[in-house]
Design a protein around this ligand. Structure first.
Ligand SMILES: Cc1cc2nc3c(=O)[nH]c(=O)nc-3n(C[C@H](O)[C@H](O)[C@H](O)COP(=O)(O)OP(=O)(O)OC[C@H]3O[C@@H](n4cnc5c(N)ncnc54)[C@H](O)[C@@H]3O)c2cc1C
Ligand SMILES: NC(=O)c1ccc[n+]([C@@H]2O[C@H](COP(=O)([O-])OP(=O)(O)OC[C@H]3O[C@@H](n4cnc5c(N)ncnc54)[C@H](OP(=O)(O)O)[C@@H]3O)[C@@H](O)[C@H]2O)c1
Length: 535
């Protein structure tokens, strides 16, 4: 369906990733337009086309549940799909549900101002268009604002610099090149082994080593796929009842100290081979709440690393020792540790010898210089708030969102911000985010937001807002959940500490998806508790 009047719509959706695409479909009966900065749909899977990019959650889970026929028709070629397959899937969904007519690609939203006189957002794009809209659904992504460290003298460097989240569509020829990769998070671990195969020499600049376990990716077993398809709906329902909306798995029955050493090792070995990072984090009941239990699992992983990497000094550097396992995203890897046994790969410790700037021919650290032809920044994102903060958003009485969030984000249910009426977020601050499988949890949040909009329209209302008091309640809930876990001991994008100067505390809801969903539903069922709806 075409948009009736593109200057004056009911709903603007920002972002055509998996959340935005589903929002467009779910809200199709309204006059709705979707603005997407990229030249194509798929969000994360449009942008992150670096070699090795793939999911760390099985594709049978990380896929849409709203289209039951598609669920049966689509075949994932591998257990953990790669970027190309996920982008193909997003495009297929856009075509199948005839979403393209309403998507404006290559159209970044640069500013939004709430006009109190007419209760409409004035949304401005970088092309200079202004659209009036009753609601804005920000499906801008939690991991969509790439972060490159602001080292000086970038313009001096005569080689090429790439960020993994802005990898060129036509790929990059790295054969015969000396490549420096900075960053060893989930992305760094995926891209490095792929680069190592192509380049003359790969320098991996590591500040903090990552906990990782083998993905065990392989071609899809038809019998496994059939079993999922035969039980899809029941499994999806079960997934929503698990902490991380993932793998329907048995919860642990014991704390670590309740098991003998042999039992502990058997449990950990099974978790190591399970192909699910969540399984490692719940090997025992208390992995994420008890330091000793966590250390047991952490040391198990370190021993695995020592067993794989031949050079003992390199192995030791690769062993994470400064934070609890699982307190930042536990990575899934395909040959990362083995890669350090190659002659053309060098691990550089930039914790003890920090990168201080670019030079004409490479990178300099406090104590050395590295000659490089290409620099690959696998340095992550200004996560969770970054995409929203990069838009100038002015709410009631010209209140700026950047100012409001200067000391950290405040939200109600991760969905609304006081003073910014009719603005609804998907994967906003203080939602389960990376503590959950984000495609299905995003779909759930779209349904939640759509329900709010449907009920506003049913009741003939004009404006929905939340309150500072509700934001305070949510902050308490988020803090209460975080306090019981070991997450608070770690600096990462979960608390914004990966970005120099970024303020605020823990930005992820770690009370588990079922509790999050239940609190969201309860608020709405309880007469829109924490919201203010008006005519
Ligand atoms: C490399 C990588 C791998 C990941 N792997 C997994 C995984 O295995 N499992 C998992 O659960 N999650 C994973 N994630 C998280 C992933 O982001 C989510 O699973 C999911 O794709 C989020 O979808 P989304 O639509 O909410 O956001 P996104 O996919 O990030 O889409 C947001 C879109 O909004 C657009 N946008 C932002 N700002 C503007 C603006 N101002 N104007 C116009 N458009 C704008 C962006 O261009 C982007 O296309 C991964 C993330 C990354 C970066
Ligand atoms: N499906 C998957 O397997 C997959 C793949 C990629 C991404 N993801 C998702 O995306 C999230 C982000 O992953 P990401 O790897 O892109 O980002 P990330 O986890 O934030 O990792 C960024 C890396 O860059 C390093 N870095 C940043 N600034 C640096 C500096 N100034 N000097 C040296 N090193 C620096 C960080 O070191 P420090 O740790 O010391 O800060 C870290 O190793 C993941 O947590 C996950 O949720 C998933």
């Amino acid at each position: 369906m075409q948009i009736a009047d593109v200057k004056n719509v009911d709903i603007v959706i920002i972002g055509a990733g998996f959340s935005g695409l589903y929002a467009l479909h779910r809200l199709r009966d309204y006059n709705v337009v979707c603005f997407e900065a990229g030249e194509g749909v798929g969000g994360t899977w449009y942008w992150n086309r670096y070699p090795g990019a793939r999911v760390d959650i099985q594709s049978v889970e990380y896929s849409y549940s709203f289209d039951k026929e598609l669920e049966q028709e689509w075949s994932w070629p591998e257990y953990f799909s790669g970027q190309a397959e996920l982008e193909r899937y997003a495009n297929h969904v856009a075509d199948r549900h005839k979403l393209r007519d309403r998507i404006r690609l290559s159209t970044r939203v640069v500013s939004m101002r709430f006009d109190e006189g007419i209760n409409r957002w004035q949304v401005q794009t970088e092309k200079g268009d202004t659209v009036k809209s009753k609601y804005v659904v920000a499906a801008t992504g939690a991991l969509s604002a790439p972060n490159s460290p602001p080292w000086p003298d970038r313009e001096l460097f005569e080689g090429e610099i790439y960020h993994t989240a802005e990898w060129p569509r036509d790929g990059v020829d790295l054969s015969g090149k000396r490549v420096g990769q900075i960053g060893t998070g989930s992305t760094g671990l995926q891209v490095a082994p792929m680069l190592a195969e192509q380049v003359e020499h790969l320098y991996v600049f590591q500040r903090t080593p990552a906990f990782a376990m083998p993905s065990g990716n392989r071609p899809m077993d038809p019998a496994y796929e059939r079993a999922w398809k035969a039980n899809y709906q029941a499994r999806r329902r079960q997934m929503l009842e698990t902490y991380g909306v993932s793998m329907v798995m048995e919860l642990p029955q014991f704390c670590a100290h309740e098991c003998t050493h042999e039992e502990q090792m058997a449990i950990l070995e099974e978790a190591w081979n399970s192909q699910s990072a969540f399984k490692m984090m719940i090997a025992f009941k208390d992995v994420m709440t008890d330091k000793a239990a966590n250390e047991l699992v952490s040391e198990f992983v370190r021993q695995k690393i020592r067993g794989i990497v031949n050079n003992p000094a390199t192995a030791e550097l690769l062993c994470p020792k400064t934070y609890p396992l699982g307190s930042k995203r536990l990575c899934i890897e395909n040959g990362y540790f083995e890669m350090f046994n190659r002659k053309n790969v060098t691990l550089v410790d930039v914790r003890s010898d920090a990168i201080v700037g670019y030079t004409r021919t490479g990178l300099r650290t406090t104590g050395a210089h590295y000659d490089l032809d290409v620099i690959v920044n696998a340095t992550g994102f200004d996560a969770i708030t970054g995409a929203m903060s990069r838009i100038e958003i002015l709410g009631l009485a010209g209140l700026s969102l950047a100012k409001k969030w200067a000391d950290g984000p405040t939200v109600w249910l991760g969905t609304m911000i006081a003073g910014f009426p009719n603005l609804l977020m998907i994967h906003g601050p203080m939602t389960p985010g990376a503590q959950a499988q984000m495609l299905t949890s995003g779909e759930w949040q779209v349904d939640f937001v759509a329900r709010i909009i449907d009920e506003m329209e049913r009741d003939g209302l004009c404006r929905i807002d939340t309150t500072i008091e509700a934001e305070r309640l949510w902050a308490e809930e988020v803090e209460m959940c975080a306090q019981h876990t070991l997450h608070r001991f770690t600096d990462s994008w979960y608390n914004g500490k990966n970005i120099e100067g970024k303020k605020g505390g823990f930005m992820i809801y770690i009370g588990g998806f079922p509790r999050f969903a239940q609190l969201c539903q309860a608020a709405v069922n309880d007469g829109y508790k924490g919201f203010i709806r008006s005519a």
